[in-house]
Design a protein. Structure first.
Length: 179
């Protein structure tokens, strides 16, 4: 789910550490390290940006790998929902498309914003849906990044466009349609 406001949780360290790649990951939940979250995020981000014909090295975002308790707090603080969710995103700027179902106005370069992803919810969903954990997480990372880029699913046309993009991007990673 994408936030409308610009309350970035994390300040990206790309200026001081350009070797970070596209994703500056902050891992609060240690199980994300064993799951390889940062590597999954780098691959998902690179594939997403390349698919959209954007230069991956020109963009960055911060990723918070957290647990259900932390994402519940964030979900309540920013959305008023008192439950965990799988992924949240905070774009650094508003990039909505001019026409519903169309492409947003991509920034030329820079910080795209923040994404937070919850371990327990992702694990539970992957088991319930019979999906490999890494495939499900990759899907949610693509989903979160598309929100940072200005895509959304507030109406049917936007939702269809975003789901189609997710499916096409995941196919480039060898991941089957998530829907």
């Amino acid at each position: 789910m994408r936030m409308k406001a610009k309350p970035l949780l994390l300040e990206c360290r790309h200026q001081e550490c350009p070797e970070l790649g596209i994703v500056d990951a902050v891992i609060e939940e240690v199980r994300w390290e064993a799951a390889g979250l940062e590597a999954l995020a780098q691959v998902a981000a690179k594939s997403t940006l390349e698919y959209l014909e954007l230069e991956p090295e020109a963009y960055e975002f911060c990723l918070l790998g957290c647990d259900d308790q932390r994402i519940s707090e964030l979900n309540e603080r920013f959305r008023g929902h008192t439950r965990p969710t799988n992924v949240l995103s905070w774009p650094s700027d508003s990039r909505e498309p001019v026409i519903r179902g169309g492409d947003p106005q991509f920034p030329y370069r820079g910080d795209l914003g923040n994404v937070a992803i919850a371990y327990e919810t992702c694990l539970q969903e992957s088991v319930q849906q019979g999906k490999a954990f890494s495939s499900h997480v990759s899907h949610l990372l693509v989903h979160g990044l598309l929100h940072l880029l200005g895509y959304d699913h507030v109406d049917d046309r936007d939702s269809e466009r975003m789901e189609a993009l997710e499916t096409e991007i995941l196919a480039t990673l060898g991941i089957q349609c998530p829907y």
